[in-house]
Write a protein that binds this ligand. Structure first.
Ligand code: ADP
Length: 297
């Protein structure tokens, strides 16, 4: 007679991972996320940050663990330590070290700029990443590549354009987007990026400041790419403040062509936002494409 092994509970999995019995006595919801339910579990002097979603979202959590480990391994910026992830009867879950996010991120802007520059300065061997992951809930293909322009064309902009076409984007957007893909090399005539480890989803909702005032980076969509892509995204929804950019540029100056490529790189996120949320993101993306094409005339 065979017996089916019961699925370990979150508590059992955390106990096995940490080697310390974990019996939470309280649970409180944490706001601020836009995809998952976030909870702080507390008991026996331990606090654990848990994200939950439907069982089929487990690959998202596995990719998040991979990304956090990659960023954490560099030692450049604090990221939450991944403890365990799995599926139980309530769905998929991810358990991370709980970090109290206190204080104002703007006061830590300069330090964060220096730390991000240190992360970006480490040269990698290839563009891409050994596994695919997600940008929001959209799959993000990462096939390793020796050449940045073809990676950007096929695995970033082309991938999102195809999704947008399937999601009913206006024909003009797809057509002009395809025109842009054909002329991509013209944005790189004197600029040749090297592969930096990127956070990949670097907006203001994905970093905070711990109790000691140190920046904390979370919720990544890592790959190796042009570091300008991280900086561009940081500017898409309001920016990280003058101290951040001054410190970053002092440590790692930006090429004069960055201002144009910022539009190019943010096109990826605008297309992704169209694919996730629809609405006005299509016209923002088209506006970006038109301004890029106009620069080449
Ligand atoms: P989502 O995947 O749903 O976008 P986030 O990873 O952005 O969720 O986390 C949601 C919120 O929880 C964040 O805005 C942040 O304030 C807080 N948070 C994230 N990671 C931790 C952590 N390890 N410890 C404590 N709070 C965290």
């Amino acid at each position: 007679m065979s017996r089916i092994n019961p699925v370990p509970s979150i508590e059992e999995a955390i106990t096995a991972a940490t080697g310390r019995p974990f019996k939470p006595t309280s649970s409180r919801r944490i706001g601020g996320g836009d995809i998952n339910e976030a909870i702080c579990l507390e008991g026996d002097g331990q606090r654990v940050f848990v994200k939950r979603n439907l069982a089929d979202r487990l690959p998202m959590f596995a990719a998040e663990v991979d990304g956090l480990n990659a960023l954490g391994d560099t030692g450049c910026i604090r990221v939450p330590r991944a403890i365990a992830h799995g599926v139980d009867t309530d769905g998929a879950w991810l358990a991370l070290e709980f970090i109290e996010m206190r204080g104002s991120p703007s006061a830590a802007g300069a330090r964060f700029g220096e730390q991000l520059a240190a992360l970006h300065a480490i040269p990698g061997a290839h563009f891409g990443w050994p596994r695919d992951n997600f940008i929001g809930t959209t799959p993000q293909p990462n096939l390793l590549a020796d050449e940045w322009i073809s990676f950007l064309r096929e695995q970033r902009l082309g991938f999102q354009l195809r999704l947008a076409a399937n999601n009913g984007a206006p024909h003009t957007l797809i057509h002009r987007g395809e025109q842009l893909l054909e002329v991509l090399p013209q944005f790189f005539t004197t600029y040749h990026p090297f592969p930096s480890l990127l956070h990949g989803d670097l907006w203001g909702g994905n970093w905070g400041v711990d109790e000691t005032g140190m920046p904390v980076l979370f919720d990544p969509a890592v790959y190796r790419g042009d570091r300008e892509a991280d900086i561009a995204m940081s500017e898409l929804f309001g920016g990280f403040g003058a101290d951040f950019y001054a410190a970053y540029r002092a440590a790692l100056p930006l090429d004069p062509g960055y201002g144009t490529r910022r539009t190019l790189y943010n096109l990826y996120h605008l297309l992704n936002h169209f694919n996730l949320f629809g609405g006005g993101y299509a016209s923002q993306a088209l506006h970006g494409i038109d301004s890029l094409l106009a620069e080449l005339r």
